[in-house]
Design a protein around this ligand. Sequence first.
Ligand SMILES: [Zn+2]
Length: 695
Amino acid sequence: MRRISLLLMCLALSLAAQETPMSSKASPATPPSWMNASSAKLEAELVAKYGESQRPRAQRGLHQVADFWRAGDGDAAAFEDFVRANFAGDQATLHTMFDRFQSLLETLSGHMHEINREFRQQLDLDRGPVLPFDEAFGGYDPGAHVIDDFFNNKLAFIVLLNFPLATLDDCLKNGPSWSRRQWAEVRLAQQFDKRIPAEVNLAISEAASEAGQYISQYNIWMYHVVNDQGQRIFPPKMRLLSHWNLRDEIKADYTDPQSGVAKQRAIQQVMERIVTQTIPEVVIDNPNVDWNPVTNEVKPAAAKDADSTKTIANLSNTREPDTRYAMLWKTYAASRKADPYSPTAPTLIDRRFNEDREIPEVRVQAMLEQVLSSPLVAQTGKLIESRLGRPLEPFDVWYNGFRPGSKFTEAQLDEMVAKKYPTAEAYQKDIPNLLMHLGFSPEKAQYLAANIIVDPARGSGHAMGAQMRSEKAHLRTRVEKNGMNYKAFNIAVHEMGHNVEQTFSLNEVDYTLLSGVPNTAFTEALAFVFQGHDLELLGLPAPDAKARAEKTLNDFWGTYEIAGVALVDMGVWHWMYDHPQATPGQLNDATVQIAKNIWNRYYAPVFHQKDVVLLGVYSHMIDSFLYLPDYPIGHMIAFQIEEQMKKAGAIGPEFERMAKEGRVIPDLWMENATGKPVGPEALLEATKNALAAAK
Ligand SMILES: [Zn+2]
């Protein structure tokens, strides 16, 4: 097995190396030469048969099929026979076709999902040891080849011949006046809006897994990070994964009055060395070397805290040779291979914004800039300075001192929860009560509870919705031997929010082709609404105004931080598309410059320091294909939904109304839900009020 996957990886790499610029030769996605003549002939035939009113549909369908038809799909005669047989030229046939595709595709994805869930059972649930073959079952994806199969058996072409593909522009411009059925038709066609060859998908997943592997081993051994006096300021065995653990250690160090600031400064230095790639290669994941990140001096470790097989032949501080950026570059090069097969979104940037997020990039940029340039940032910065008793330093972008104080200790809460929920079954039984507490009617609460199955989770918990109406949603929650603890309860309430959304948005939506919500930010926002009421569900008082203000300021400062990180991610992807011949070294320089520019524009005025590169440290930037903008948008959406819930007064009916809207585009969903498109206004308004309350 291992041999094969190594071979495949080499193949993917050599494909990347051979790639030529897109425009220099005919792309493999070019339709056959006879296509234009055949399409013209068929258009005339179809209009003659079904009437002039069908001309626009015939033109559109023929064009959509031509975009994806390859020589291997059949010659001109086969194409013409296919179109004649499968164009639904009258309403009755079209209705039947729509209904049957909707129901059979629900069956397909529902059962694929069911197989997936069952195959992952041993990994996901607390059911004893995981054996090696369980991993293979868990990693198997029975739906991996469905799109290929549907093009091969021509079902995808039937959809493309009869239902409209729509770009994000169409959806934004015309979507508000479409009927629900029109939306469902668009969602049906969009399932087949790209035909990416298996070898391209393989190259993309290889690049992703190689980058993920690189990231997952990027540890810094903190006991070996020393200062100018050679002193160790971090404890033995502390191994921090970049960037998550490094960032979280900065957050934790705020509670260390003695050496917190020294530690935070040292971590900032480490992060900057990673971004600029001036980090000595030998210190990465190596406890055998002591390193002063300020002078960049390395020495054999003078103290031992961990066993490691790493050996050092020639100890030197030779820098990491731009590997970070070589990894990022490979994800770009692999993504670009899919471009010619995705006619409605021909770059990764287009696919991320126009297809996955469905919010145009210019609007996302404007929303991020609106947060970053808000006067509330400087006011919040001043408040942080007054709490810290010192001027801000760059690492304070991760300040975490805004905390809702609790009247109860964690131990007291643990005791209450364990008593109430000794087992997962006890939680299952209580679901109707919890939902009625949240404002659902007794009937709705019973109905929802009957659609949620509680399972004991191996990890901290998660929610797994169904994909067909005959299946139920699963709530995975962690229950210790002596009962559930407060943390697990808090998570279970969040996951229950997902399950309730999943149940409404699948079972109660008018077309299953529209099941779900626009993207993950929406389901998260709805789950946070539940989670925010967890204390009340235990019969305790709701958080007071002061606690709510602290939480809002924490979210605002986090949004400010991640908005800049998102802009760096976006800037870097544009730079790569603008410089298709660049080297990893040039990408390093460009990333550093982009990070500095954004810092200087939006952070230097608050932190009074220029040219900081910290915004470039996120690991997602290397292996997650332009994912980072989802975070700040998610915060904005959460505040919009929360504000609407407050306005409505009761959660239950409002939650149901929102969740039943289904998967239309985000702006339209949000207009229906709150009267306004997606935007940062609710977050900024809440922050303004929170600043007044926190003073
Ligand atoms: Zn969640």
